[in-house]
Design a protein around this ligand. Structure first.
Ligand SMILES: Nc1ncnc2c1ncn2[C@@H]1O[C@H](COP(=O)(O)OP(=O)(O)OP(=O)(O)O)[C@@H](O)[C@H]1O
Ligand SMILES: [Mg+2]
Length: 257
């Protein structure tokens, strides 16, 4: 495996009127090319801050961050980002929302359309190309947002709580969908989630963060066979992993036992 992302003593503090607040303590980690990593941790521990630094949208206060050996010093081009809300333009249909990515990047229209159609198929949105966001369910909107994030075939997909607003059943469906999309494209994925089950279901590795200032207090390799079905969540191996991850939150007092 080749390393794609390398973080060395990466730290972040925010300055405010009341002084300097340390949000992320120095972090050391690597993520392999093609790996699916989930990041879990209590609210406010700096997960989104870390994701923004990976996207090059926020400068670190100390340390170094490299992607494919190149230091991250500004907004990254070879990435796709999915946020908690789909952020689709209401005046554009599904296809045109996805094609926004191509317009912003000056991609050739024909190739972009062909890729958009293929992604729409993969995401199970065929037949809804001409629908507007308000004509779609929350899960369908989020799938369109994922298609948009993948249109330029980025090497790295960053997702910040992409399914947080969905009901439990739609969320499980989206987890299956995301696994399918990921296994078909072999992207590197960093997924932030508050759901331990979602993290374990999807990831090759789960990084657990401590409360602010955030550190990576544990890493779990999720050695469950793929493709995974939802039934994997009922297996003893899955339960044991979930118990281990949950224990960090009990220890911190962010979950009651
Ligand atoms: N621009 C900013 N200026 C000052 N403080 C900030 C800024 N952005 C975030 N913070 C603080 O940094 C900490 C970490 O924020 P961040 O959004 O990274 O947390 P998070 O782990 O993503 O939380 P959540 O799970 O609730 O989304 C929080 O305490 C927040 O108040
Ligand atoms: Mg966040």
């Amino acid at each position: 495996m080749t390393v794609l992302i390398e973080s060395r003593q990466l730290a972040k503090s925010y300055r405010s009127a009341s002084g300097v607040a340390e949000v992320l303590a120095p972090l050391d980690f690597t993520i392999d090319d093609g790996e699916f990593v989930a990041l879990v941790g209590p609210s406010g521990c700096g997960k989104s801050t870390l994701l923004k630094m990976l996207a090059g949208l926020l400068p670190p206060s100390a340390g170094t961050l490299t992607i494919a050996g190149t230091p991250v010093v500004g907004p990254q081009k070879n990435i796709g980002v999915v946020f908690q809300s789909p952020l689709l333009l209401p005046s554009r249909n599904v296809l045109d929302n996805i094609l926004l990515q191509a317009e912003m990047r000056g991609m050739a229209d024909g190739a972009a359309r062909a890729h958009a159609k293929a992604l729409i198929d993969t995401a199970g949105l065929s037949g809804f190309e001409k629908h507007f966001p308000w004509q779609l369910s929350g899960g369908m909107q989020q799938r369109a947002a994922i298609c948009r994030a993948l249109l330029h075939d980025p090497r790295l997909l960053l997702m910040d709580e992409p399914f947080g607003a969905l009901d439990a059943m739609t969320r499980e469906k989206m987890n299956l969908e995301l696994q399918r999309i990921w296994s078909g494209t072999q992207k590197t994925v960093v997924l932030i989630t508050h759901s331990i089950a979602e993290a374990l279901f999807l990831a090759d590795r789960v990084m657990v963060m401590s409360a602010r200032p955030g550190t990576i207090c544990a890493t779990y390799v999720v050695d469950l066979p793929r493709p995974r079905t939802l039934d994997v969540m009922a297996t003893p191996a899955f339960s044991a992993l979930a118990k281990s991850v949950r224990a960090h939150f009990y220890a911190e007092g962010t979950l009651d036992s």
